[in-house]
Design a binder for this molecule. Structure first.
Ligand SMILES: [Zn+2]
Ligand SMILES: [Zn+2]
Length: 276
């Protein structure tokens, strides 16, 4: 099983992959640009591809994560155009690096209501996919349901997915912290929840697992990650992992470590849990 973490690509893609090896990671997630900005980043496609080729022998899967400032459901046309251009840019960067997945957060309806928000999100995604070719798949991440966030449940994610015309280019990323904060990951009725999350029509589209603990309580609808096993999910994270859900999918840890080096312990923890 592939286990890794979110890392900084600021010193270059090849350097990031070499540091990942050092942390005993075989999957790495990175931001294509400043995560607080959706300004389109100019880049040299050839140079990125050459840099990625230098580290091909390392056998590490990479995952790109879109900046969280974009809102796929914004009712404002100018913001919509900016969001589309930003995600198109992210997909192009990911593709240049040979990254198979780009994770994006579902939209926020900001008072327009879930139906309108979902319709906007679908229009935006259709336009993004129409503008980009390439191999990188777009993964919709489940949200904590903070504020007016969409995509909180498996049903909501599946509804968006089935309404997309290019749905074969779209999958899901499942985040344990978000699912717990959203009131989805209820360990007091785990067998039922396990069955729902494992439904083939959903599970078959999950390509990446974000393994995080939660600082906030069950159903708190707030997204604050905690170190593995040290948050509100605690020991149940181990139960989740050992249940075999999304078992063959790469695991990315995005916990609040002080320094990248500390991910070594988080990765070791997960490998230990998986070993029993
Ligand atoms: Zn996540
Ligand atoms: Zn989060």
């Amino acid at each position: 099983m592939r286990i890794g973490c979110h890392m900084s690509v600021a010193k270059g893609f090849a350097a990031m992959l070499r540091r990942a090896v050092d942390l005993d990671a075989d999957v790495v997630q990175y931001f294509p640009k400043n995560p607080k900005s959706f300004r389109v980043r100019a880049f040299d496609k050839e140079a990125f591809a050459q840099e990625a080729a230098k580290v091909q022998e390392l056998d590490i899967i990479t995952v790109c994560h879109s900046p969280y400032v974009t809102n796929l459901s914004t009712p404002k046309p100018e913001l919509r155009a900016v969001s589309i251009a930003s995600i198109v840019n992210d997909l192009e960067i990911a593709d240049a690096y040979g990254t198979p997945y780009l994770v994006v957060h579902c939209g926020k309806h900001v008072g327009e209501g879930p139906e309108t928000g979902t319709a906007t999100m679908i229009e935006v995604l259709e336009e993004v996919l129409a503008r980009v070719e390439g191999e990188t798949q777009l993964l919709l991440e489940n949200t904590a349901g903070q504020g007016t966030e969409l995509g909180r449940t498996t049903d909501e994610l599946l509804e968006i997915h089935t309404r997309l015309s290019a749905s074969e280019r779209v999958g899901f990323c499942f985040d344990t912290c978000h699912a717990y904060a959203a009131g989805q990951l209820d360990f007091s009725r785990w067998d039922e929840v396990r069955a729902e999350l494992g439904r083939p029509e959903f599970a078959a589209k999950v390509q990446v697992l974000h393994l995080n603990d939660s600082k906030m309580g069950y159903g708190a609808k707030r997204d604050r990650h905690a170190l593995l096993g040290e948050g509100e999910i605690g020991d149940n994270l181990r139960l989740f992992l050992q249940s075999g859900l999304y078992a063959d999918k790469p695991i990315v840890i995005e916990t609040p470590v002080d320094a990248e080096e500390e991910y070594r312990d988080e990765i070791r923890k997960v490998r230990g849990w998986l070993a029993g």
